[in-house]
Design a protein around this ligand. Structure first.
Ligand code: F6R
Length: 243
């Protein structure tokens, strides 16, 4: 595993943007696996800046997102569809038809997950998958205990996740209880993986995930078995690791 130490969040975002920029420059038809959450926000704004400066061209890039809540429409500000359009897609020259996010409004969630996995294969697989790291070691919506052999699948959100999300919704019944996520196997099939982590709050899980035993109790620990993983983390996130 390649570990790149950044000084802080901005430095992490720039260093991660360097990796994605190199990928898109060297292979303009790359299939990028993308993530939502707070970790990639700075990276996405870096990519937008580089696009505006004329240094990046996304016209042939294809993207597949890791996950989406089930039951949220595209115009719901909590949907990952909304997030990606707001923070990246509408600010660069990627074609909307080249972007893929699991269908949050699918009536048959299981079928939608299977079709999503097939769509990834039809694109030729993922060249570079971007990941964030959950506080409990999750990647995508693959929570501790998820089998490493899973492909894209539906998950029931844990009570603590539902509880944490409830602050974003007016009524409790509007809070999503299910999601569609790429599985660990879908993620591990990506040719390269870039995982970005920042902040003191994640120092312990970074140590467990990348220096502890490989176990389904820490889903991200499986990344130790991938042949091409780059971890870009800030000094705080790496503070409990001896490099
Ligand atoms: C996002 C995703 C999640 C996040 C993780 C970290 O698409 O699948 O696994 O990457 O929860 O979230 P942040 O970056 O908000 O700390």
């Amino acid at each position: 595993m390649n570990i790149i130490k950044a000084t802080d969040y901005n430095d992490m975002s720039r260093k991660a943007a360097n990796i994605i920029s190199a990928q898109v420059t060297l292979n303009p038809s790359s299939v990028l696996g993308l993530a939502t959450g707070s970790s990639p926000l700075g990276l996405y704004s870096q990519l937008v800046e580089r696009y505006k400066q004329g240094d990046l061209d996304f016209s042939r890039v294809k993207s597949v997102n890791l996950d989406e809540y089930l039951g949220l429409a595209h115009d719901n500000p909590q949907s990952y569809y909304y997030f990606m359009n707001e923070n990246l897609f509408t600010k660069i020259n990627i074609s909307p038809e080249n972007t893929h996010i699991p269908d949050g409004m699918a009536t048959d969630g299981q079928k939608a997950c299977e079709e999503y996995e097939q769509a990834i294969r039809a694109l030729g697989g993922i060249d570079l998958q971007l990941l964030g790291l959950g506080n409990n070691g999750h990647i995508g919506f693959n929570e501790p205990g998820t089998g490493f052999e899973q492909l894209t699948h539906c998950v029931a959100l844990t009570d603590s996740t539902i509880q944490a999300n409830s602050r974003f919704f007016e009524k409790p019944e509007d809070v999503p209880t299910k999601a569609c996520t790429m599985g660990i196997k879908s993620i591990m099939m990506a040719r390269k993986i870039l995982i970005i982590v920042n902040g003191k709050g994640k120092a312990d899980i970074v140590r467990k995930a990348f220096f502890g035993p490989v176990t389904t109790e820490v889903p991200a620990s499986i990344l130790q078995m991938h042949p091409d993983v780059t971890l870009v983390a800030d000094a705080e996130a790496l503070s409990l690791c001896t490099l």
